[in-house]
Design a protein around this ligand. Structure first.
Ligand SMILES: O=C(O)C(=O)C[C@]1(C(=O)O)C=C[C@@H](O)C=C1
Length: 420
């Protein structure tokens, strides 16, 4: 409680981006268009409410809040680091980088000029492919948990993180929604990755010998019906990531176990592909967000998306209705809405002497909408929403991923710069 109060008192006053609830009134809002990176950064920071502050203080390293002191990242074992996706495939798993853990997160020496991108999983994970699509030619840094990827960026060990937020079959990856709120990173881009799963096993293993299938829970969910149709009614076990499951089979020579993972994982860990394309839907796609310490300056010369999170402390359902109408009246399309339990106030009790005590669940609402924060319509919508919410934060305003799914990732550096 005390920490939260300290954060609140340190917070800047709420900024009004435009005149009071003036639907479509451009003049006041136009004044608020940030002109520089620092203006925009300030605008993002102070869009948080003074009433409600779910973001904790900066993570501690060795008992100290160290972020400002860190200029020099290092990762134990980074001599072995894999460079992006266009790396030469390793012959075996022996020279692959070990994923970062919480205990590795201490400041250390400078790295070179190559962009370092943290992802969750081990080499061969879809998240590694997403990092390579987002930042062609980057140095992809494996992390053993989502939390570690966030902290790697905050501590300057990595320059960016690329993390999954939703899948077309499995739905939202709630952990990352929660972490977006608990950390202070900005969404600077998105990538959508077609996810094509394979059933992998040790060479020579036949399907009939299998006693279990292991993978990331999202991957298991994405293949559930296909596995059943294939007659594979064996135990399914959750693993931290798809490639980690493949690595586990290879490392322990498990002849009764198959993994659901990518064809690249099969190559990296020396497994054979028992079945190709085992996802339930051929159009299986996972959406990842790209995270950075600084926001990018929003623009209007290409399609942008903006992600916000809000909470309200009023009774009834009309607040959400008003939020949605602030976008609808301005012809701004919503692309996603997600609710998560409100960490600091999950339940509200409402006492009525006649009926008893009602217990309402409280939520944070995450909304993605299709407009840039440089667009006056978006500024006016948020100015209006601020009037009836107790907390509002812009998680990022960033270019939409417009690449066709079957197109190869772009490798132009100008494209990379636009993506932040
Ligand atoms: O396990 C992996 O390979 C991941 O990159 C994680 C993940 C996920 O979290 O959804 C990413 C894409 C697929 O949807 C399956 C798993």
């Amino acid at each position: 409680m005390e920490a939260a109060a300290a954060i609140r008192s340190a917070a800047a006053p709420r900024m009004r981006l435009a005149g009071r609830s003036s639907r479509g009134s451009g003049a006041a809002a136009a004044r608020a268009i940030p002109v520089s990176r620092s203006d925009w950064q300030t605008a993002c920071a102070i869009l948080s409410s003074t009433n409600d502050s779910p973001t904790p203080p900066a993570p501690k390293v060795n008992g100290q809040n160290n972020i400002n002191k860190l200029a020099a990242p290092a990762i134990p074992g980074s001599e072995d680091a894999v460079s992006g996706l266009d790396l030469v495939l390793a012959a075996g798993a022996g020279n692959l980088p070990r994923p970062l853990s919480i205990s590795d997160l201490s400041p250390a020496p400078l790295h070179g000029a190559q962009l370092r991108v943290a992802y969750q999983g081990v080499p061969g994970a879809y998240s590694e492919a997403a990092a390579g699509k987002a930042y062609p030619g980057c140095e992809a840094i494996p992390c053993d948990q989502f939390e570690v990827a966030f902290q790697a960026v905050e501590l300057w060990i990595a320059d960016r993180a690329v993390l999954p937020v939703e899948n077309s079959l499995g739905g939202s990856i709630h952990r990352n929604y929660d972490l977006l709120l608990r950390h202070r990173l900005h969404i600077v881009g998105e990538v959508q990755l077609p996810v094509h799963h394979c059933l992998l096993a040790l060479p020579g293993v036949r399907r009939e010998l299998l006693a279990r299938v292991i993978s990331h829970p999202q991957a298991l969910a994405q293949c559930e019906h296909t596995l059943t149709r294939m007659g594979l009614n064996v135990a399914r076990e959750a693993f931290d990531d798809t490639a980690g499951a493949a690595e586990h089979i290879a490392a322990h020579a498990l002849r009764d176990t198959a993994a659901i993972a990518s064809a690249r994982a099969a190559e990296l860990y020396g497994l054979q592909v028992l079945a190709d394309g085992v996802q339930d839907d051929a159009g299986n796609v996972t959406r990842f967000v790209m995270l950075a310490r600084e926001p990018i300056i929003p623009r209007t010369d290409r399609p942008f998306k903006t992600s916000i999170v809000l909470a309200h402390d009023r009774e009834g359902t009309s607040v959400l209705f008003k939020v949605l109408s602030a976008f609808a009246f301005r012809d701004i399309s919503l692309t996603k809405i997600e609710s998560r339990p409100h960490r600091h106030r999950p339940i509200r009790l409402v006492d009525d002497a006649n009926i008893g005590t009602a217990k309402h669940f409280e939520y944070m609402f995450y909304i993605d909408f299709q407009a840039s924060m440089a667009d006056v319509r978006a500024q006016n919508a948020l100015a209006e929403i601020q009037e009836f919410t107790s907390f509002l934060r812009v998680l990022g305003s960033y270019p939409m991923d417009m690449t066709p799914w079957d197109a190869a990732p772009s490798s132009s550096s100008s494209d990379q710069q636009q993506r932040g």
